[in-house]
Design a protein around this ligand. Structure first.
Ligand code: ADE
Length: 259
């Protein structure tokens, strides 16, 4: 059971995502539990202020430390120092989110997400409360909520019993270190476009080889950076060498290079 708490000023933003599909199933199956906390409730002044101007001047407002410290103190926490609890601040300054981070988070027992807003958060929140700062890419969102939803989606689908088909997670792009191979379903012939005959042959060894070759080829074209981390067999190295010479004779689904 993964216990998730989200500290946010906009809890309503999560309702659509948590109420549908895989997320809903994860909660119903008992794979995950989600708790939304509006930390504005922990502001102590009459106006429920959660932000203030930075010391030293400058544009923009910062999230104040006290409402976040008090919200963290109020939620259930793991007290065991060996506990698998992580407190994740979503911020464009964070470490880049990847499938590896999703796998790491999916092995925890408790995740707390702090959704930043405005120009940032008081540095003491980072120092004292946060174990991980995570960015979902090199662009700036107006707040951490959409980033937290993206991270949670990637994590929850890895929990045991959440995906209907247990096969689908390990085959994904990234877990093998390669992008996914091209896939087809019925009809075998559509608008003059036919499915590569190997896939209809029933020969599983050939199908496996075709898939590996096309996954590798697709990765070689689109994400050559990923190949630096994949160990290739001698045969696979021969395929790549042929493509590097401009020989695509074993390839059924030629890639456009501008995708
Ligand atoms: N908050 C604002 N921009 C973000 C980003 N790119 N990733 C995570 N959190 C953010």
């Amino acid at each position: 059971m993964l216990d998730v708490t989200v500290l946010t000023l906009f809890p309503n933003m999560f309702e659509g995502v948590f109420g549908e599909s895989i997320f809903k199933r994860a909660v119903e199956n008992g794979a995950a539990r989600v708790n939304l906390v509006n930390f504005r409730e922990f502001a102590t002044d009459r106006h429920k202020t959660v932000d203030d101007a930075p010391f030293g001047g400058g544009a923009g407002m910062l999230l104040k430390a006290p409402p976040l410290f008090d919200a963290m103190a109020a939620i259930p926490r793991e007290t065991d120092p060996l506990s698998r609890e992580r407190v994740v601040l979503l911020t464009p300054q964070g470490r880049r989110f990847t499938q590896q981070v999703a796998e790491d988070f999916s092995r925890q027992s408790r995740l707390v997400f702090i959704c930043g807003h405005y120009e940032g958060v008081d540095e003491r929140v980072r120092q004292e409360l946060v174990t991980d700062e995570i960015s979902i890419g090199d662009f700036v969102l107006t707040g951490g909520e959409i980033a937290a939803m993206a991270v949670l989606d990637a994590v929850v689908r890895l929990l045991p019993g959440v995906l209907g088909n247990e096969q689908s997670a390990p085959d994904d792009s990234f877990s093998s270190g390669l992008l996914e191979y091209p896939q087809y379903t019925r009809p075998a012939e559509y608008r003059g476009l036919s499915v590569p005959p190997v896939l209809l042959s029933g020969n599983h060894a050939l199908i496996e080889e075709w898939r590996r070759k096309h996954a590798l080829y697709r990765t070689w074209v689109r994400r050559p950076d990923m190949l630096e981390h994949v160990a290739l067999s001698v045969r696979e190295q021969v395929w790549v060498a042929a493509w590097e010479q401009g020989d695509f004779s074993g390839i059924d689904v030629v890639e456009r290079r501008d995708i």
